[in-house]
Design a protein around this ligand. Structure first.
Ligand code: GLY
Ligand code: MN
Ligand code: MN
Length: 442
């Protein structure tokens, strides 16, 4: 493992040295960040380390106030904040193989860094807040440097891929436990607790808040609550839940129908099969906007086959019917952040390709390259407010509204896999993890 990590750091050093050179900087300071204080309170929000810091120091996700100093051709120096604080557990000087990639200096007094960091030359810093020791001429979050680093972050190192694989393996344990709890009638809250136990995660360890949606709640794309009471009738579980390994996120969704013989279960199976069929085109060179559009065509076919919509695929696409049922994007870059940076960037200078006007929520418009990790997450939802709009439009005439109404209590479907693009195709981190857990086809 150390060798992979060492190669990861070597790759980052090459990338960052070039970026500093291109930006005319002699030094870069990456901050780990701080936890903001709650308004009118002496408590803080949970600490989340800044992603550029975590990319270098994934072992230090709970170390606010620390800094990494990067200078071209020099060993990176970690300034680890170790305050005298008897209220909290404070860090000790880290040990472990990975520390061999860095020089490590512990400090307790923030102002003490002023002299350590003087005379660096042209300096950039990346952090949400400007530290007290920053000289006036240091540039905070310079746009050109950030654009380049964001762009390059899409291509994962082998070490990052290994973390993402492990995060997927952990998350599928939670998904399997959750489905079992759903099958015995557990509430959203109990399913969430079962997920945490199975993944060995606390809430603060999760890369994003679990979406545990029963029945019509599955129509709320980012449903944020967890009912304590189980519903009287059990139709659907839509679980969008991840896990983290050393700061790298899994982002997985599975949808389960309680009645495996129902029309809704048929739709789940149809979407699953369409997602798998689309995956054949997910490879280097594919344009993600085209993939998104192809998924709409597959969805139109499902809507026609199921009798929900009485119109050809072409007519549905022409009139935008599928956008009512699938209003979000096909997927996004994944890594240190669930919605990783740089999804619209077309080059290292920061040129953007915005999504087509009719698909404003698509977070990824790049051509896929080996090393990218993306989600592929089509959906098919019955969202009352969007359905009302469609019903009142001319295109609403092609919809079988009785059928739609019969499906409202089921909410919707999303199926989300994490895939790593390779030179000749892709590796499906999620389906491989389910298979390794003995749940092929989950
Ligand atoms: N979990 C949020 C998303 O799938 O993008
Ligand atoms: Mn996602
Ligand atoms: Mn998700």
């Amino acid at each position: 493992m150390y060798e992979l990590f060492q190669q990861h750091i070597e790759t980052l050093r090459t990338r960052f040295d070039r970026a500093l050179d291109a930006g005319g900087f002699d030094a870069l300071l990456l901050g780990s960040g701080t936890a903001p204080r709650r308004f009118l309170d002496d408590n803080h929000y949970p600490f989340r380390a800044h992603p550029p810091f975590v990319q270098w120091l994934p072992q230090l996700t709970q170390h606010p106030g620390s800094w990494l100093l990067l200078r071209p051709g020099r060993v990176p120096v970690l300034y680890l904040y170790c305050p005298d604080d008897f209220w909290h557990q404070t860090p000790e000087a880290p040990t472990g193989d990975w520390t061999r990639c860095f020089e490590v200096e512990c400090f307790a007094d923030r102002d003490g860094l002023t002299s350590a960091l003087s005379g660096l030359g042209r300096t950039a810093l990346i952090a949400a807040e400007r530290p007290s020791f920053a000289a006036d001429d240091w540039q905070q979050n310079p746009a050109a440097l950030m654009a380049r680093l964001d762009y390059e972050r899409a291509v994962k190192t082998d070490w990052e891929l290994d973390c993402l694989r492990r995060a997927n393996r952990t998350a599928v344990l939670g998904h399997i436990a959750a489905e079992q709890l759903f099958s015995v009638g557990a509430s959203e809250y109990r399913i969430h607790q079962g997920y945490l136990a199975a993944t060995d995660h606390n809430e603060r360890d999760l890369p994003y808040d679990n979406i545990v949606a029963l029945n019509e709640h599955a129509a709320v794309l980012h449903y944020q609550f967890q009912d304590r009471a189980a519903p009287a009738e059990r139709h659907t579980l839509l679980l969008d839940a991840g896990a983290a390994h050393l700061g790298y996120a899994a982002d997985i969704t599975r949808t389960h129908a309680a009645d495996k013989q129902s029309a809704f279960a048929e739709l789940v199976a149809a979407l699953d099969s369409a997602q798998k069929s689309l995956l054949h085109s997910v490879k280097a060179g594919a344009d993600f906007v085209d993939l998104h559009r192809n998924m709409h065509a597959k969805l139109a076919q499902i809507l026609a086959d199921s009798g929900l919509v009485n119109a050809s695929v072409e007519a549905q696409l022409e009139q935008g019917v599928t956008r009512t049922f699938f209003p979000h994007g096909l997927g996004h870059l994944l890594g240190l952040q669930v919605h990783d940076v740089g999804g619209w960037q077309q080059d290292a200078c920061g040129a953007l390709r915005e999504p087509p006007a009719e698909h404003p929520f698509l977070r990824l418009t790049r051509e896929l390259e080996p090393g990218f990790v993306v989600t592929i997450e089509p959906g098919l939802y019955f969202i009352p407010s969007l359905l009302d709009d469609l019903r009142q439009s001319p295109a609403g005439r092609v919809v079988d509204w009785n059928r739609v109404e019969s499906l409202l209590p089921f909410g919707g479907i999303r199926i989300e896999d994490n895939v790593a693009i390779t030179a000749d195709g892709h590796e499906n981190l999620t389906r491989d993890a389910f298979a390794a857990a003995g749940r092929e086809g989950f």
